[in-house]
Design a protein around this ligand. Sequence first.
Ligand SMILES: *Cc1c(COP(=O)(O)O)cnc(C)c1O
Length: 337
Amino acid sequence: MSSVDYRSDIFDQILIAKDRVYEIASRTPLVASQLIPDSLLNLKFEHIQPTGSFKIRGATNAVLALTPEERELGIVCCSTGNHGRALAFVAKKLGIRITVCLSVLVPQAKVDLVRASGATVVQHGNSQDDALEKAIQIAESSGAKLIPPFDDPLVLGGQGTMGLEICDQMPDIDTLLIPLSGGGLAGGVATAVKTLKPHVRIIGISMDRGAAMYESMRAGHAVAVPEYTSLADSLGGGIGLANQYTLALCESLLDEVILVTEQEIYDGMRALYWNDLIAAEGGCAVGLAAILAGKVELVGPTATIISGRNVDPQQLASVIAGEALTLDDITVRGPLK
Ligand SMILES: *Cc1c(COP(=O)(O)O)cnc(C)c1O
């Protein structure tokens, strides 16, 4: 199937998801940033979703689509944290058993949040791919339903509902900046936006170390990348070597992919806090980071997605204060006084 077929199938999934996700997920506000004059930059407030990220949309859609027999056998997933937390929340509400597989790279704050939502947590391996392998094993041995974090029509459909909201809230939108990892967010949202408004410029943004979708788009097929410690931890991990949907969607729908450095993400997180009083994860500061670094030119009404708030509070406190932080072999810091 060509990516054009995928796109109309996924758009259909989004229209179906629209009637399901608001049972648990919220329709979020789009708010002008204080940082840029004339309301030129708008922030989609996904960090105020239940469980603190947009992942609740795809999770809700996927779980509500399960048959009674599937619900009985339970759910398993792998996650960099937010997908697991969202699925655990939905599963708990519906009384479904869930196991979440996390690599040891997932920050402790996120591990704790997933466990607190009532899921069984299995920590396995040094990468998202290792965690996925474990999840597949558990699915095979227990009969539990595997709900992938991004490469899945129901998950894409759920995330895509945000794109319908953005078109509705911002009819004059010119550019949309989307944090990019596995491409469930970008693939779903871009499907909705490009279907309704084909002329919107859509830019995916990743961190410059371990940008799996960027490297895969360049190679023309899914490639594995090393994983690093990043302020944008929720953007880490591969796209899956057997990727079926999101690579094709990103190739056909994204006008560009831009990479930002850890220092630029740090500066974006600080700007979000000091200008807009938003306490958010590094993963959702990448749009602002790209603008501040001059990597994206603001040519018309622009929006970016504040995709989640599940940051380690101690790490955020350090960033806000401008303290130096060390990530593997690099150090980031605030302006010298
Ligand atoms: C998952 C996630 C992303 C990236 O979404 P993908 O669908 O993997 O591209 C961005 N920001 C946050 C906060 C996330 O949890």
